[in-house]
Design a protein around this ligand. Structure first.
Ligand SMILES: Nc1ncnc2c1ncn2[C@@H]1O[C@H](COP(=O)(O)OP(=O)(O)OP(=O)(O)O)[C@@H](O)[C@H]1O
Length: 236
C-alpha cells in the first residue's frame, strides 16, 4: 500500500537518507529497526511530509488510486489516511484525555475502525483518567493516549516512532496488544523500534536501517539468526 523508492532526505546540507527503498503491505506490521541516528525517524517524517526529501513515496488507496506523497503538506497526507505517533507523543497537556482523543477525529468523518470505547477498553487507565488533564499523566499513559489519538483519524497506515521506549514491561505488553488489534482490523503499521524484542513477537517483517539506508529486509527470525548483521547495525 506504500512504496518508497530512492528516498533522499536532508537537514540543511546534511544528507541523512541515502536512497531508502521499501514497501509496506496492506495489513502488515512492519518493524523498522536500527540504532539511534540511523535515519528511522527521518524516514517516518519523510512519509508524513515533515522533512525535505527527494524520491518517490507512493500510496495506493483502497480504490486502487496511486497518490504521490512527496511535496504534499502534512495535513494532506493525514487526510489521505496516514496516522503518526511521534517519539515525543505531542499530546496537548492542558486538554483532558477525552479532549485529546476528540482532536484526533477527522472532521465530518466517523471512524469506522476505532472508537473512544475501543481506546477505553484496551487501556482501562485512559477510561479512569478521561477527565484528567493529559499533562499530568505518566509517560506510559501519555503513550497510550498518543496511540489511540492517532487511530481516531481512521488511518489505513499508522507510523509509530519508538512506542515502547522507557515503558514498564506490563505497559509494553499492552502496547503489543494494541498493535495486534490494529492488524486484526486491517490497519497497516510501520513500527520504529531500537530492539528486536517486540519485533520478534509481533512483526510480520523487519527492516534494518544503518547510516541512512536499508541494510536488511526479512523476517524477525532471520534477523535473529544473523548475528553478524545484528552486531554491526543493532543494539543488543
Ligand atoms: N533536526 C535535525 N537537524 C539536523 N540533523 C538531524 C536532525 N534530526 C536528525 N538529524 C540527524 O539525522 C540523522 C538521522 O537521525 P534520525 O533521527 O532519523 O535517526 P533515528 O534512527 O530515528 O534515531 P533517533 O531515535 O535518535 O531519532 C542523525 O545523524 C541525526 O543526528
Amino acid at each position: 500500500m506504500l512504496r518508497i523508492d530512492q528516498l533522499h532526505a536532508y537537514y540543511g546540507k546534511s544528507h541523512v537518507l541515502h536512497g531508502v527503498q521499501f514497501n509496506v503491505r496492506k495489513g502488515e506490521i512492519l518493524a523498522l529497526l536500527g540504532r539511534n541516528g540511523s535515519g528511522r525517524s527521518t524516514t517516518a517524517k519523510a512519509i508524513l511530509g515533515l522533512v525535505d526529501c527527494q524520491g518517490d513515496i507512493v500510496l495506493t488507496r483502497a480504490d486502487g488510486q496511486e497518490v504521490k506523497l512527496v511535496g504534499k503538506k502534512p495535513y494532506e497526507i493525514a487526510h489521505l489516511g496516514i496516522g503518526y505517533v511521534p517519539e515525543n507523543r505531542d499530546i496537548f497537556p492542558k486538554l483532558t484525555v477525552h479532549q485529546n482523543l476528540m482532536l484526533g477525529e477527522k472532521r465530518g468523518h466517523q471512524s469506522t475502525r476505532w472508537s473512544f470505547e475501543d481506546s477505553y477498553r484496551l487501556f482501562p487507565r485512559l477510561r479512569e483518567r478521561q477527565h484528567t488533564e493529559a499533562g499530568v499523566l505518566s509517560g506510559g499513559e501519555q503513550q497510550m493516549l498518543a496511540l489511540c489519538r492517532a487511530l481516531m483519524g481512521d488511518p489505513d497506515l499508522v507510523v509509530i516512532d519508538e512506542p515502547t521506549e522507557g515503558l514498564a514491561p506490563k505497559i509494553v505488553e499492552q502496547v503489543g496488544e494494541f498493535l495486534l488489534t490494529l492488524r486484526e482490523r486491517g490497519v497497516s503499521v510501520l513500527l520504529i523500534e531500537q530492539k528486536l524484542t517486540i519485533a520478534l513477537e509481533i512483526a510480520d517483517r523487519c527492516l534494518l536501517m544503518g547510516h541512512g539506508s536499508i541494510v536488511f529486509d526479512g523476517s524477525a527470525q532471520e534477523l535473529k539468526a544473523n548475528a553478524a548483521i545484528r552486531k554491526e547495525w543493532l543494539e543488543v
